[in-house]
Design a protein around this ligand. Structure first.
Ligand code: ADP
Ligand code: ADP
Length: 216
């Protein structure tokens, strides 16, 4: 049986940061729907052009497009032993599709850590987030600064501020999260898969709580 984990939580809570750290420590693949969309935008694919029109407004990309993209990714060989899903599923329809696509692989979800932090913390984090152009490594001007300003510690690529991290779009994304994604919390709680993790701790502490939850 493989291990499939969904990291659930609002924008800015630390899903991407934690997914990368967990992937490194567990050997599981990191599947980030946001990173996949940003790659399509960078490559100027048809999906990228379409996705950009939603992402720049802080809205969700339609379910059918998102599901097809993640399904393709999840059937890649590096996901055979499992994956950490970051930013997917984000709607009840996507949650249903997750169960179905894992079912087709003879797999099921192992755990859904729900990372929580107050809205003030989310806004502070997103306003200082810097992302690496080459492979999406994540930094923060104050909380997790790179050794050299504007340069990714890992691969030396340029750091940029995401277009959708500007204050108006951040507010919209949090609203969209509350309306469309937060119902998944109760859904996964009922399934007995949910475990709450405090996101307003040091990065290392959050990772420790997540690894402890996974061991159980
Ligand atoms: P964050 O790191 O703030 O949680 P992401 O990088 O996960 O943001 O997502 C950025 C944007 O990409 C979202 O605001 C949305 O427009 C789009 N997106 C990412 N994942 C999904 C998804 N599962 N369903 C629909 N849209 C998505
Ligand atoms: P998400 O994927 O949930 O949107 P990110 O992992 O991109 O969140 O983190 C958002 C911002 O907050 C980034 O700039 C990141 O460096 C910073 N960050 C992540 N986790 C923490 C933490 N525990 N404490 C302080 N800052 C953090």
């Amino acid at each position: 049986m493989a291990t499939f984990i969904v990291l659930l939580g609002p924008p800015g809570v630390g899903k991407g940061t934690q997914a990368k750290r967990l992937a490194k420590q567990t050997g599981l693949a990191h599947v980030s729907s946001g990173d996949l969309f940003r790659k399509h935008i960078k490559d100027k694919t048809d999906l990228g052009v379409l996705a950009k029109s939603y992402i720049s407004k802080g809205e969700l990309v339609p379910d059918d497009l998102t599901i097809a993209m993640v399904k393709e990714r999840i059937t890649c060989p590096d996901c055979e032993t499992g994956a950490i899903l970051d930013g997917f599923p984000r709607t009840p329809v996507q949650a249903e599709a997750t169960t179905a696509m894992l079912g087709e692989l003879g797999e099921e979800l192992t755990l859904v850590p729900y990372i929580i932090a107050p809205e003030k913390v989310l806004i502070e984090r997103l306003s200082g987030r810097w992302t690496c152009r080459a492979s999406g490594h994540i930094f923060h001007t104050k909380f997790n600064p790179p050794a050299k300003e504007g340069i990714c510690d890992v691969d030396g690529s340029e750091l940029y501020q995401r277009d959708d991290d500007k204050p108006e779009t951040v507010k919209k994304r949090i609203q969209v999260y509350l309306k469309q994604t937060s119902p998944l919390v109760e859904h996964y709680r009922e399934e007995g898969l949910l475990i709450e993790v405090r996101g307003d701790q040091e990065i290392e502490e959050v990772t420790k709580d997540l690894l402890d939850a996974l061991k159980k």
